[in-house]
Unconditional design. Structure first.
Length: 119
């Protein structure tokens, strides 16, 4: 799926505001899932483990259809924090492209540490 970085920023803000309204236990589960996803990201993996993915992040994934396999952004840079966060909660890689989102972002992907796994 192709996104403008502003849309992923909105998803980030929306999930963050929803997270602040969770009960103590659900909030802790969410935090543990994010921590797990960040550790996996640092090792080159995408998303949290299957426990957190199915128990904690499934509702967030459902907000965007629940079947995203890869996200491509263009038109502006996406912050590393938002990229790591979105990859964890949506369990799909985010690849940043150069150029217009609608035209060539998918064909000119950014390479480097944040894009270890290609499509």
């Amino acid at each position: 799926m192709v996104f403008a970085p502003a849309v992923l920023d909105k998803i980030y803000q929306s999930v963050q505001s929803t997270r602040s309204e969770l009960s103590w236990f659900k909030g802790k589960m969410f935090d543990w899932g994010m921590h797990n996803g960040e550790k996996r990201f640092d090792k080159g993996s995408i998303g949290a483990n299957i426990f957190f993915d199915s128990l904690v992040f499934k509702k967030v994934q459902g907000l965007v259809g629940g079947r995203i396999k890869c996200m491509i952004t263009g038109s502006a840079p996406l912050s590393p924090e938002v990229q790591k966060y979105v990859q964890t909660v949506l369990d799909a890689p985010v690849r940043q492209g150069y150029g217009l989102t609608e035209t060539c972002a998918g064909s000119a992907l950014l390479s480097g540490a944040t894009t270890r796994h290609l499509l």
